[in-house]
Design a protein around this ligand. Structure first.
Ligand SMILES: C[S@@+](CC[C@H](N)C(=O)[O-])C[C@H]1O[C@@H](n2cnc3c(N)ncnc32)[C@H](O)[C@@H]1O
Length: 259
C-alpha cells in the first residue's frame, strides 16, 4: 500500500514521519559534508552553537562531544526523537520549533547544514529566519550555512534512474528513489519514495526547495544585517554548493568597540 505525501504546513514527511526519521541517517550515509562546519567552528573559536534545522542531530552531537555548548532546533518532532537517542545527545539542548523561534542565546555560531537554507521558499520565511538567526547570535557571532548553487542545476540528476538504491536500515532493507515533480525556478519540487521491502509499505514524501544565487544571498544577508566574510566550496561536493560564513554587520570589531 502506498501512503501518499499529504501537502500541508510543517516539516516535510521525510523529516516528520517517525518511520522515515528512523532511517534518515542510514539513507544519508557517511556525513563527511559536516567536516567543513567543524573546521569553520574551530576557526571561529565558537563555544556556543545553535544548529537550526538540526534534524537527527548529527552535527549537534559531534560538537557536544567536543565539549561545545550546543542547542539543536528543528520543527520535526520525529527527527528530534532520533537525535535525543544518540551518544552525546544528553548534553545538547533540543528545541522543537521553526527557525523563526530561534532563542536569543548569544551564540558564537548559528549553523544550517544539509541545505536547510533551501527550505525557506518564500522571501518572508527567508528573511524571518535571518532576523531570528541574527537575534540568536552574540554581537561577534557568525552564521554558517550552505545552499546549492543554481548554476550547477543539480536537480537534473534527481531522477529515479540515478537515485534508486536499496539500503540496509534499522527497519530492514529500504528501496528509495527521488523524482522531480516540478521545476519552476527558483523553486524545485520533488518526491522521495521509500519502499520498505520487508513489509511492503511504501511511503512518499514531497518537498520544495528554493535555489538562490550568490547575488540574492548577499543582498538578503545585507538587508538582514549580515556581512559575508567568506564563501567556500564544499570539499565533498566541489562546485555544487556555496558554504557561506557571515558575521553580524554591527559586530564590535567593525564598530571599533573593545571586545
Ligand atoms: C535536509 S534536513 C537537514 C537536517 C540536518 N541539518 C542535517 O544536516 O542532517 C532539513 C531539516 O530542516 C528542517 N526544517 C524544515 N523547515 C524548517 C524551519 N522552518 N525551520 C527550521 N528547520 C526546518 C527539517 O525538519 C529537517 O530536519
Amino acid at each position: 500500500m502506498t501512503e501518499p505525501s499529504t501537502p500541508g504546513t510543517g516539516p516535510d514527511r521525510i523529516f516528520a514521519d517517525p518511520r522515515l526519521a528512523e532511517i534518515y541517517d542510514d539513507l544519508d550515509g557517511v556525513r563527511d559534508d559536516l567536516d567543513v562546519y567543524e573546521t569553520v567552528i574551530a576557526e571561529l573559536d565558537a563555544a556556543r552553537v545553535l544548529d537550526i534545522g538540526c534534524g537527527t542531530g548529527v552535527l549537534a552531537c559531534r560538537l557536544a562531544q567536543r565539549g561545545l555548548d550546543v542547542i539543536g532546533l528543528d520543527p520535526a518532532a520525529a527527527s528530534l526523537d532520533v537525535a535525543r537517542s544518540k551518544p552525546g545527545a544528553q548534553s545538547v539542548s533540543w528545541l522543537l520549533g521553526s527557525a523563526r523561534d530561534a532563542p536569543r542565546v548569544g551564540a558564537d555560531a548559528v549553523t544550517m547544514t544539509g541545505n536547510v537554507a533551501q527550505v525557506f521558499v518564500t522571501d518572508e520565511s527567508w528573511s524571518a529566519m535571518l532576523t531570528a538567526a541574527k537575534g540568536a547570535l552574540g554581537i561577534d557571532g557568525h552564521l554558517v550555512f550552505e545552499t546549492r548553487d543554481p548554476a550547477f542545476r543539480g536537480w537534473e540528476e534527481w531522477t529515479r534512474e540515478q537515485s534508486i538504491a536499496v539500503t540496509p536500515t534499522a527497519s530492514g532493507a529500504v528501496e528509495s528513489w527521488v523524482e522531480l515533480t516540478s521545476v519552476e525556478l527558483p523553486l524545485v519540487s520533488f518526491r522521495w519514495t521509500f519502499h520498505f521491502l520487508g513489509t511492503g509499505t511504501v511511503i512518499e514524501s514531497d518537498s520544495t526547495l528554493r535555489f538562490r544565487d550568490l547575488d540574492e544571498i548577499e543582498s538578503s544577508l545585507t538587508r538582514a544585517g549580515f556581512t559575508i566574510r567568506d564563501v567556500r566550496d564544499a570539499p565533498d561536493r566541489p562546485s555544487r554548493e556555496f558554504i557561506v560564513v557571515a558575521s553580524r554587520t554591527d559586530r564590535r570589531s567593525e564598530t571599533g568597540q573593545e571586545r
